[in-house]
Design a protein around this ligand. Structure first.
Ligand SMILES: Cc1cc2nc3c(=O)[nH]c(=O)nc-3n(C[C@H](O)[C@H](O)[C@H](O)COP(=O)(O)OP(=O)(O)OC[C@H]3O[C@@H](n4cnc5c(N)ncnc54)[C@H](O)[C@@H]3O)c2cc1C
Length: 379
């Protein structure tokens, strides 16, 4: 299966190869144990930082690579060749969903303080937007931040926060006024008094990714921890969703690609009724169609990243990508698991894990229906 397209440069190929070697050596042999433990060891993340993988898009003065949106997509897609979604999302939340808030809105002082650690992997980040009573409806959040003297005082609860348990640095959205969209982003360090992290939530999949509830009870942070302009947090969140949703698309396409490879290998050797499963026309035609859909989605994904790079407004296209790939990955995994028969239902087979991990890709980071509304309202 060719991985090249018109957007790929020789540097992209080198990056892909570097990540493929990392996954082969450092991830696939060990990640089953991480799934048992419920988190990815910090030294693995540190190694990724040291290898230059955590700062691709960021300024060189802080240790970053100043790369463009296509390079960042190559990174997300290459990482998504792992068959462990929990590992992939741990890294992608740090690189593509949480730390971009600092990159896009941080002041020079904030970047100087935090970005070097984010890029080296010493500091792992999380982003807290969703709440027990508000997920899709971001503006419906209830967490508040009130200015008192030279501090902000945060009160409220965040829900389903990836890297919530093990992060050191959190980017938190809170209401700073009474209007529906009046919210701001804040930087909160771990161990700030008034900030507690709940237990790791038990999930269907993404087992090596820690997911937590965060509670802010009169949590006081310095005034300087406001991230970006006061009252403009909603727009920051929406802007960052574009990076996040391309990364989630890459994850979905990566899972599709891996599932198709695994299934091709399986049905070519599995015997039934005196022949391999591959010799059943219905099986090979369905795999061919899933591969066609996956390749088409992949080209659209690269086109979206290329459009971002040209500075185009791509909210409609990126919302389409998120909806399309979030559903496609479930279609692909449902069928690929089916073709593995009983073996596909066994824990610790990669196809069973991919099937479990696929489910959330139609929910997290913008549920399919919400994405389709974003598409429809732009016609
Ligand atoms: C494993 C995991 C990790 C996550 N990590 C993070 C994180 O790091 N940070 C963070 O802030 N959040 C995180 N989330 C939260 C995630 O983004 C939300 O779960 C998601 O946005 C959906 O919100 P909700 O769960 O409140 O569902 P709701 O908003 O209650 O929606 C429930 C369902 O209703 C449907 N629906 C909602 N709105 C509409 C509509 N307008 N039209 C039609 N149908 C609709 C959709 O099918 C949706 O799935 C994570 C979630 C999970 C499961």
């Amino acid at each position: 299966m060719s991985m090249d397209n018109i957007y790929t440069t020789p540097e992209h190929v080198l990056l892909r190869d570097q990540i493929a070697r990392f996954i082969e050596r450092e991830v696939e042999p060990h990640a089953a144990a991480w799934e048992e433990a419920g988190s990815v060891p910090r030294d693995v993340l540190r190694k990724m930082g040291q290898a230059g993988l955590f700062g691709l898009m960021y300024e060189s003065q802080y240790g970053g690579g100043e790369a463009d949106a296509l390079t960042n997509l190559v990174f997300a897609e290459a990482l998504s060749q792992s068959t462990f979604g929990g590992f992939i999302i741990t890294a992608l939340v740090h690189t593509d969903m949480a730390s971009p808030h600092l990159h896009h809105a941080g002041s020079a002082a904030q970047k100087a303080r935090y970005l070097p650690g984010v890029i080296s992997g010493e500091t792992i980040t999380a982003v807290g937007i969703s709440e027990p009573c508000a997920g899709s409806d971001v503006a419906g959040m209830r967490t508040t931040a009130k200015r008192v003297g030279d501090e902000w005082v945060l009160n409220g609860t965040k829900m389903f926060i990836t890297n919530g348990v093990h992060a050191n640095l959190y980017f938190i959205a809170a209401k700073t006024g009474t209007a529906r969209h009046d919210m701001s982003m804040f930087i909160v360090e771990k161990d700030t008094p008034g900030f507690t992290v709940g237990r790791s939530l038990r999930k269907t999949g993404w087992l090596s990714s820690d997911t937590a509830e965060l509670v802010f009870d009169n949590c006081r942070i310095p005034a300087g921890n406001l991230l970006g302009d006061e009252g403009k947090g909603f727009y920051s969140v929406m802007k960052n969703f574009q990076t996040e949703r391309i990364a989630l698309g890459a994850m979905a396409v990566g899972h599709c690609t891996q599932a198709i490879k695994l299934t091709l290998d399986y049905v070519r050797q599995r015997q039934a009724f005196g022949a391999t499963l591959w010799q059943q026309q219905t099986i090979r035609q369905r795999i061919a169609m899933l591969d066609a859909k996956t390749r088409a989605a992949r080209q659209f994904m690269y086109h979206c990243a290329w459009s971002v790079q040209q500075g185009q407004d791509v909210v409609q296209e990126v919302s389409m990508l998120k909806a399309l790939t979030g559903e496609l990955v479930n279609e692909v995994l449902q069928t690929c698991q089916q073709f593995h028969g009983g073996m596909g239902y066994m824990r610790e087979t990669p196809i069973e894990r991919l099937w479990r991990d696929a489910r959330v890709l139609g929910i997290g980071g913008g549920a399919t229906e919400v994405m389709l509304e974003e598409v429809a309202k732009r016609y």
